[in-house]
Ligand binder design. Sequence first.
Ligand code: UDP
Length: 342
Amino acid sequence: MEVKTILVTGGAGYIGSHTVRLLAKKNYKVIVVDNLVYGHEEAIVDESVKLVKANIADGEAMTALFSENKIDAVLHFAAYAYVGESVKDPAKYYLNNIVAPLSLIEVMRAHNCDKFIFSSTCASYGNPVRLPIDENHPQDPINPYGQSKLMLEKILKDYGTAYNLNYFFLRYFNASGASRDGLIGEDHDPETHLIPLVIEAAKGTRGPVTVFGTDYDTPDGTCIRDYIHVEDLGRAHILALEHLLNNKGSAICNLGTGKGYSVKEVIETVEKVTGLKVPVVYGDRREGDPAVLVSDPSAAKKILGWVAEYQDLSEVVETAWKWHNGKNNGKYSSKSKGVQVA
Ligand code: UDP
């Protein structure tokens, strides 16, 4: 079979890098383009993967990439994803999460590349009006981050109609965990996500974790989320890619387990897995946090034959714990290893 060439934007980031490892194990030629603002070149572990340090908005660099390689499909992870920051500086989000990919898509169109797999989000739904959330749930985001993802979805739909662009939207719930072998994991700076913060609080490498709100309308008063393992997300991307490569047409899927855990349950799970006591303080609600976000993942099962393998939160936390105790200690160094600069 002809080897397909896949361009992965943001492939040095958290979800991108886990997907790249799975792709590299399959028979694909993988090119990562990442500006390394938030990505880590050490997260690209396979020698066969080419890492190009560039901005996707750099038309010249992208044109060179598409001219030198026959790219069959694009997996688009590159985006900013801090909700709070998006409220304070929406321009940063609209420019990076909409304008930059539109520029890349122009280069794709000029080179007849018509397959685009897009990292979308449950934040595009806004406050749930029914649970669990299926793909037909109204989309009414409550912050510029969610808006930016929804707007790109809408534009891609128009491009599908007008230019025959084939798209696959994958709307993630809460990405979590690390690779099963502990080699790569979640390393954000600043870190805002619950599981790494709770683990670091348990280890004593950071102060107590603050529980954002205890008066929600949930059984224990804390927010409930659907924590989906990062390698399950990666697997879904490969299935979505195969779906488009097999010309099965554009589609949209939620990616979650369908099961929710409260913030208190996450903390209890970390204590159980690590055997350590987690120092906790109870604080106010964080603005923009819905009480419950849980997916209906049945479309992904139907369309892709995908079901989350990590159904139990303790298995997810075990992988995160392994990463935090491994060679990288939950952090990559920023040492360069010779990246091609476009
Ligand atoms: N959360 C918390 N304390 C923290 C970070 C997060 O209580 O220091 C809560 C947050 O309110 C939410 C859940 O943990 O209900 C997951 O938050 P995270 O930021 O990990 O992901 P999000 O749901 O915002 O994508």
